[in-house]
Design a binder for this molecule. Structure first.
Ligand SMILES: [Zn+2]
Length: 169
């Protein structure tokens, strides 16, 4: 596979290249959505990299929080469809990260309850609020999703090209 630096460089270069293109070719009212998409694309490529399925620079980038990705790395075989599949890879990582954060929050809540501090959190009302928000800002959510998927797709395409080139030469 190409190194983490190659993936990062490719993500940043394509994102930076897309910014002026949006400015030139898109009508002004659609530009904020395009920029949101580019930001999500960059986040997907750099922070939610497909190579979180292996001990990589993307994994180490998470610093003290990298343990969040440890089970993912152990459970998901490197370059399998779960991590590198077009579309599914980044969406599953978002779902995984949200799940881990929820578990973390749940653990903290439980620990606090042991020492007599009860947090008043109604997860059902939070879910309702989140789905309300997603419906109100459906265009933004769509732009974020497209950016996430594109970030993962760019990674997988680069991996594929790299393997092809290695076979040819
Ligand atoms: Zn990869």
């Amino acid at each position: 596979m190409p190194s983490g630096k190659v993936h990062d460089g490719f993500t940043v270069a394509t994102a930076l290249g897309a910014i002026p293109l949006c400015g030139w070719y898109l009508p002004p009212e659609t530009r904020p959505l395009a920029w949101l998409m580019i930001a999500s694309y960059t986040f997907s490529g750099i922070w939610l990299s497909s190579d979180l399925d292996v001990d990589s620079s993307a994994y180490r980038r998470w610093g003290p929080l990298r343990w969040l990705w440890w089970p993912y790395q152990k459970l998901v075989p490197h370059r399998s469809w779960i991590s590198h599949g077009l579309g599914v890879g980044p969406l599953l990582r978002v779902a995984y990260l949200l799940g881990m954060l929820w578990l973390l929050f749940w653990g903290v809540q439980l620990a606090l309850r042991q020492i007599g501090i009860a947090l008043e959190v109604d997860s059902r009302s939070w879910l309702l609020r989140a789905s309300d928000w997603a419906l109100t800002y459906h265009k933004e959510v769509m732009a974020l999703t497209v950016g996430l998927v594109a970030g993962g797709a760019a990674h997988s395409l680069l991996d594929m090209l790299h393997t092809r080139f290695k076979r040819w030469f």
